[in-house]
Design a protein around this ligand. Structure first.
Ligand code: BV8
Length: 245
């Protein structure tokens, strides 16, 4: 869908223009055009033999911390070469839109989005696995691997992301729930809507009366909640919808 005169684009654009309090809920598909791998697209190379659900988990880290930190290093290097795409930039042109993202990359931040809630943390830093509170920024182009915490000497620094089986950051979740309940329109961009509790925000917005506008390269579990569903690439559709295309 790359025709700005497509009736579906026009109708969705009108709904967005009428919105007084929009928010955006995004997933890995927003960053995919920047070359950042999604979670569920078939992986390529050696990562296709590993299950991200296992690698992004405390059990996976306990079982093979070296493999997990190598996986994060490969993702971090991939992200270091990534630039915000036209979808990120279109969202950044709308500072009135609160950004609720599942993504751990920094592309929305680098695009200029200030009102940003990262539900699943931030891959650009590591923290002490012993929970002493030490956090350090990571050189994404030359990421550190397994090491002792320099503050408490516990072995095992890990990315400041939320792993499967871990609770979401309390403050981020509270802000995301508040933004969801207050919005009158939710853009749902590039997510398979299968990871909870994050995906529950879409239904929460819909039940609270918000208009749901889905932009995704395929139909998803959230499709039944859509008032508008635009199938295609977020980097093409968002500029048309938000007036920067
Ligand atoms: C938790 C950080 C409580 C790590 C990630 C019900 C309630 C609560 C929990 C659960 C529940 N049911 C199951 C659970 C457990 C689990 C879960 O949801 N499992 C699912 C998968 C079955 N949830 C949890 O564990 C959560 N914690 O519940 O805490 C608790 C506490 C203690 C004990 C028990 C419970 C924590 C979940 C957070 C996991 N961490 N990331 C890291 O990144 O390394 S989640 C990970 O998946 C990423 O953040 C990613 O963003 C996220 C969601 O995936 P998507 O973003 O949707 O990406 P995906 O690849 O799936 O889809 C991309 C879509 O884009 C596709 O549809 C594709 O077609 C589309 N696309 C591609 N290109 C484009 C495009 N669209 C548009 N344009 C394009 N160009």
């Amino acid at each position: 869908m790359n025709d700005p005169h497509d009736e579906r684009i026009i109708l969705a654009s009108r709904a967005i223009a009428k919105s007084q309090n929009p928010c955006c809920f995004s997933g890995a598909g927003l960053s995919a055009p920047s070359g950042v791998g999604t979670f569920r697209d078939p992986g390529d190379g050696w990562w296709s033999r590993h299950d991200p659900m296992k690698l992004a988990s405390p059990d996976g880290f306990a079982e093979d911390p070296e493999l997990v930190m190598k996986w994060y290093a490969a993702r971090r290097i991939q992200m270091a070469h990534a630039q915000p795409n036209a979808g990120h930039l279109a969202l950044a042109c709308r500072p009135d839109i609160i950004q609720i993202t599942q993504n751990t990359d920094d592309l929305l931040k680098r695009a200029g989005c200030d009102r940003l809630i990262q539900l699943h943390g931030d891959i650009t830093s590591d923290r002490c696995h012993g929970n002493c509170g030490h956090v350090e920024h990571v050189d994404m182009s030359n990421p550190s691997l397994n090491r002792y915490c320099p503050a408490c000497s516990v072995w095992g620094m890990r990315p400041t992301v939320t792993w499967f089986g871990e609770s979401l950051p309390t403050a981020a979740w509270a802000l995301a729930e508040e933004a969801t309940l207050n919005c009158d329109l939710m853009l749902v961009v590039g997510t398979s809507a299968v990871v909870y509790p994050a995906a529950a925000l879409i239904e929460l917005a819909s039940r609270a009366g918000a208009t749901i506008v889905i932009i995704n390269s395929e139909s998803t579990a959230a499709t039944p909640l859509a008032d508008h569903e635009l199938i295609g690439s977020a980097e093409e559709i968002l500029p048309m919808l938000l007036g920067s295309g």
